[in-house]
Design a protein around this ligand. Structure first.
Ligand code: SF4
Length: 455
C-alpha cells in the first residue's frame, strides 16, 4: 500500500483575528504547549514513517509558534531527497533570528501573508502588520537566502480600488517575488465581516476586473492555477499541486483535512477537544470510484496542465470521450466554430454601429458650427441659446455611446485574447479550465458582453 507523500500541519494560533478570516484559530497562546503535545501524538499515531516529498505548515499563524516547537515537529518526519517544506509567516513575526532558525531546520519555502500594501486597508481588515513590515519580511527572507518565497494578496477588499490592487501587484512584480497567490475576498459567514459587513466592498464586476488586470500584469509569470502564479516551474507549489492532482496527503492538527487510503477526513475542529484527544475526527468519508474520478477531473481543471485523459482512462477504466464528451450537443470543434462565427458577426455589427455614430457626430459637428454662427445673432438678441445647449447635450450623448462601444469592444477583445490563448494551448479539458476561470469571477461579464452562455 502506498502512503501519502505530503503532509499538512495546522497551527491554530494567531495574534488576533483578522476581520475576513474564518479559519480555525485562537488568540489564546496559553494553549500552545498542550497543543504541541497533542500534535506530536497525532503524528506519532498516524504518520507511517514513509518518506515525504512535501510538508506544509499552515494556520492560523505558524510563525506564532516558538522555534523549538517547530523543530520538534519537523524532527518527526522523514524526507525524500530535495523535499519542499513550506512555512506560512505573518510579516509582523518575520524577524531575522526566527527565519534563520526555520532555514536551519530545513524549511525551504516561505509563504508570507501580505494581503495588500495599502496601510489604510490593512487596518480596515484587521491585519496587525503594515506595508513597511511586509516589505521588511520579504527583504529579510531574501537576504538570509530563502529563494522560494510566496506572497499572498487579497483583491476586492473594502475601499480597495483597481489602482490600489495595481500597486500591490506592481510592487511584488518589481521585487521579483517568485510565487504569488491571489485570493478574491469572500465574506465568510463565520468571520467578523460576516457578522457586520463592511462598506465599500468592490462588487463582483470590479473584483473580476481586478483579477483580469492581475493576469495581464503578471504576464511574465506562469499562471499555472486559477489563483497562483510562478516565475518558473521550480517555484510552483509542489504541495498544492499534490492536492490539485488528487493525490493523497496526511492532515495533522485540529481542523486539518487529510486524504488517506481513499478516505477524506477532517480532524476535530475544536482546539480544546483536540488537545484532549488528538485522534478525534470531525468526519471521514470513503470515496467511491465515481467520486474519485469526479474530483480528479474537477481538481485538474484548476490547473493549466489540465487532466490527462489517457491516464484517467487507464486509472478508472473508462472511456472519457464516451462518458462525457459525446453527451454534449456540440463537439468541442463545433462549439468553437459556432463561437468564432458569432464573435465575427458581433464584431462586425459593433463596428458598423460605431462608424454610423461617428458619421452622425461629424455631421453634427458641421451642423453645430453652422448653427452656432447662425445663432450668435439670436443669442445676442434673446440672451439664451437653446439650440446650442441642445446640440451640446446631443454631442455628449453621442460621444458617450461611442465611448461605451469602444469600451465594450476592448473588453470583448481582451476576453477573446484570453480565450484564444486557452484554446491554442489546450484541448477539451483546458476548455473546462476556461469554464472554471470564467465561473470564478468573469462569467457574468463575459455573458454580458458576448451574450454567449456555456452550458
Ligand atoms: S488571516 Fe491568518 S493571521 Fe489572520 S486570523 Fe486568519 S489565520 Fe490568523
Amino acid at each position: 500500500m502506498e502512503y501519502p507523500k505530503s503532509a499538512y500541519i495546522h497551527i491554530p494560533f494567531c495574534n488576533s483575528k483578522c476581520y475576513y478570516c474564518a479559519f480555525i484559530s485562537t488568540v489564546n497562546q496559553k494553549l500552545q504547549t498542550g497543543y504541541l503535545i497533542s500534535l506530536l501524538k497525532d503524528i506519532d499515531t498516524n504518520y507511517k514513517k514513509n518518506l515525504l516529498s512535501t510538508l506544509y505548515f499552515g494556520g492560523g499563524t505558524p510563525s506564532k509558534m516558538p522555534v523549538d516547537y517547530v523543530k520538534k515537529i519537523i524532527n518527526k518526519f522523514e524526507f525524500e531527497e530535495n523535499p519542499e517544506i513550506t512555512f506560512e509567516i505573518n510579516p509582523e513575526n518575520a524577524t531575522k533570528d526566527y527565519l534563520l532558525c526555520l532555514k536551519e531546520f530545513g524549511i525551504n519555502r516561505i509563504s508570507i501573508g501580505i494581503q495588500t500594501f495599502n496601510d489604510d486597508i490593512l487596518k480596515i481588515i484587521g491585519r496587525r502588520h503594515d506595508s513597511k513590515q511586509a516589505l521588511s519580511a520579504l527583504k529579510i527572507a531574501k537576504d538570509i537566502g530563502f529563494d522560494n518565497i510566496s506572497a499572498d494578496l487579497i483583491y476586492g477588499l473594502p475601499n480597495q480600488t483597481i489602482s490600489d490592487f495595481n500597486n500591490d501587484l506592481q510592487c511584488l512584480k518589481s521585487l521579483n517575488i517568485p510565487h504569488i497567490s491571489l485570493y478574491g475576498l469572500k465574506i465568510e459567514e463565520n468571520s467578523i465581516f460576516g457578522k457586520k459587513r463592511p462598506n465599500n466592498i468592490p462588487d463582483d464586476d470590479a473584483q473580476a476586473d481586478m483579477y483580469l488586470m492581475a493576469i495581464k500584469i503578471l504576464n511574465n509569470y506562469n499562471h499555472y492555477e486559477i489563483s497562483n502564479f510562478a516565475l518558473s516551474d521550480e517555484y510552483k507549489s509542489r504541495h498544492n499541486l499534490n492536492y490539485w492532482k488528487n493525490n493523497e496527503y496526511y492532515g495533522f492538527g485540529c481542523a486539518a483535512h487529510g486524504y488517506e487510503n481513499c478516505i477524506r477526513y477532517a480532524n476535530i475542529f475544536d482546539i480544546h477537544k483536540y488537545i484532549e484527544n488528538p485522534l478525534l475526527k470531525d468526519f471521514g468519508h470513503t470515496e467511491t470510484k465515481e467520486e474519485k474520478l469526479q474530483e480528479e477531473i474537477f481538481l485538474g481543471f484548476r490547473i493549466t496542465d489540465g487532466i490527462n485523459i489517457e491516464n484517467i482512462n487507464k486509472k478508472y477504466k473508462i472511456n472519457f470521450e464516451k462518458k462525457y464528451v459525446k453527451k454534449n450537443k456540440f463537439t468541442d470543434l463545433e462549439s468553437k466554430n459556432a463561437l468564432k462565427t458569432f464573435y465575427q458577426f458581433k464584431a462586425k455589427d459593433k463596428l458598423e454601429k460605431k462608424l454610423e455614430l461617428e458619421k452622425q457626430l461629424i455631421e453634427l459637428e458641421n451642423k453645430f458650427a453652422y448653427i452656432i454662427e447662425q445663432e450668435k445673432l439670436e443669442k445676442n438678441l434673446m440672451g439664451i441659446n437653446y439650440g446650442e445647449i441642445n446640440q451640446v447635450v446631443q454631442k455628449k450623448f453621442l460621444y458617450r455611446e461611442i465611448y461605451e462601444l469602444d469600451r465594450e469592444h476592448k473588453k470583448k477583445q481582451f476576453y477573446d485574447e484570453q480565450r484564444n490563448i486557452l484554446y491554442q494551448t489546450r484541448n477539451y479539458q483546458q476548455n473546462k479550465v476556461l469554464r472554471e476561470i470564467l465561473k470564478q469571477k468573469t462569467i457574468n461579464k463575459f455573458k454580458d458582453i458576448t451574450g454567449v452562455h456555456f452550458h
